[in-house]
Design a protein. Structure first.
Length: 438
């Protein structure tokens, strides 16, 4: 997801909210009505450097839609820290927007609530067809074998961003390609109050994104093929320890990063305090903080050895934002028209160019705006070496409990407490005990 957020909902609360919604709430009926055909409410996720940037990007496009259709779209940009709570409240109360953005990793969890419009063949036909979208983006729209709960809007992938000047000053000629190289490079850069790598230790979702990829590289997953939580396998434990060890053992991440949760690592990067960050589509944020495009480079995120690819060479989760419609909308026809507008070839170019993301619509990807060196790395990662997070109903609980376990281990590392295989396993065992039992 873009603008990586810290999920504030505990696993028990989330499980209860989804259970209530699935039993009723705002999920009744197959589709909404057309009682209010002239208005729509839209909750947009915070994609830009701040809420005001999003309003400046989106409002002209909403005005364009109103001019074309006569439908006014009432916009609210919701911070990531609040978005999941707001959505869950809406699913249980039935009092929500007509159209909303969701992080693609939430798709299966929110799908299980029954509150979102399923995108069956008929609904996809209304927006131009399912085959317009890139396959990897469709892989994060809900449980496999079910009609998607949302439509891809923005696509992203993780990459390694590096500060060219800091590299040159340290005599480093190229970015690291493996984790061993990253640690070695980071140690050369960690001196005089500067650090090799930035992290967001208190950002639950970012923690999940990083350890999920590392688990893949260790031949593990956090769920069995049947969808059962499996947090304590040797590969999962090794993945979490390897990530936290970037601070605890390798000492290339500043201890203060254990408290970061609001993109502070990107600010440090822009201020030459940190030489590298692992992030998804960070260029627009760097530009907004005063950096010029020639000041940073972009390389594929590290692997254990060799080159990025499928399986154990996975180096990113499939990141992105999806667009969903509440089933109880009072303007179902208008909501579909709005989704069609926002995912049109023209709008996909406008919006993804503004946010530095990749269009999930195939035709829009052909625009020259997405052939820059940095976006080429992201596009190739999505096509060849990215894997979707588990599309299971409990995915959001997984982000909360395992993300918190990683956060607590970072806190231990920052305080100088030992991070051992045993302490990592104990933290993951505690997290697994908080998951709903199947």
């Amino acid at each position: 997801m873009r603008r990586i957020r810290a999920a504030a909902v505990g696993a028990v609360t989330l499980s209860l909210a989804l259970t209530v919604a699935a039993c009723g709430g705002g999920s009744s009926g197959a589709e909404g009505s057309n009682e209010q055909p002239k208005t729509l409410t839209y909750w947009a996720s915070n994609q830009g450097a701040n809420l005001e940037v999003d309003e400046k990007v989106l409002q002209p496009e909403l005005d364009k839609f109103e001019k074309e259709t006569g439908i006014e779209v009432k916009l609210e940009v919701v911070p990531w820290a609040d978005l999941l709570n707001r959505i869950l409240t809406a699913t249980t109360s039935g009092q929500g927007p007509d159209v909303l953005n969701i992080g693609n990793t939430w798709s299966a969890s929110l799908q299980s609530s029954g509150a979102l419009l399923p995108w069956d063949a008929k609904n996809f036909e209304a927006i131009g067809g399912k085959d317009r979208f890139v396959e990897s983006a469709l892989g994060s729209t809900g449980v496999q074998g079910q009609d998607p709960a949302a439509v891809p809007l923005y696509s992203m992938a993780y990459a390694l961003y590096y500060n060219k000047k800091m590299f040159a000053d340290a005599g480093i000629e190229k970015p690291p390609a493996t984790w061993e190289e990253l640690a070695e490079t980071g140690r050369k850069l960690s001196e005089d109050g500067r650090w090799g790598l930035g992290a967001e230790g208190s950002n639950l979702s970012n923690n999940i994104h990083q350890v999920f990829v590392l688990a893949k590289q260790h031949g593990a997953d956090f769920f069995t093929p049947e969808g059962k939580a499996d947090f304590t396998s040797d590969g999962a434990v090794a993945a979490v320890k390897q990530y936290v060890d970037l601070m605890a053992k390798d000492e290339i991440v500043a201890p203060g990063n254990a408290e970061y949760a609001q993109n502070q690592s990107l600010s440090d990067f822009a201020k030459d305090k940190t030489a590298m960050v692992l992030w998804q589509t960070a260029s627009a944020t760097f530009e907004s903080q005063g950096m010029s495009e020639d000041e940073w480079g972009v390389a594929p995120a590290p692997v254990q050895s060799g080159e990025p690819g499928p399986g154990k060479a996975t180096n990113s989760m499939v990141a992105g934002i999806n667009m969903a419609v509440f089933k109880n909308t009072k303007n179902i026809d208008g909501a579909k028209k709005f989704v069609k507008f926002m995912t049109s070839d023209e709008e996909q170019v406008v919006l993804n160019k503004a946010y530095g993301s990749i269009p999930p619509v195939k035709a829009a990807q052909q625009d020259p705006a997405f052939n820059t060196p940095s976006l080429t790395v992201l596009r190739e990662t999505l096509a060849t070496s990215a894997t979707a997070l588990p599309q299971v109903p409990e995915e959001s609980q997984f982000e909360t409990v395992v993300g918190t376990a990683v956060k607590e281990l970072f806190a231990d590392a920052a305080a100088g407490r030992a991070v051992t295989t045993e302490s990592v396993r104990a933290g993951l065992e505690k997290a697994q005990q908080q998951m709903p039992r199947k």
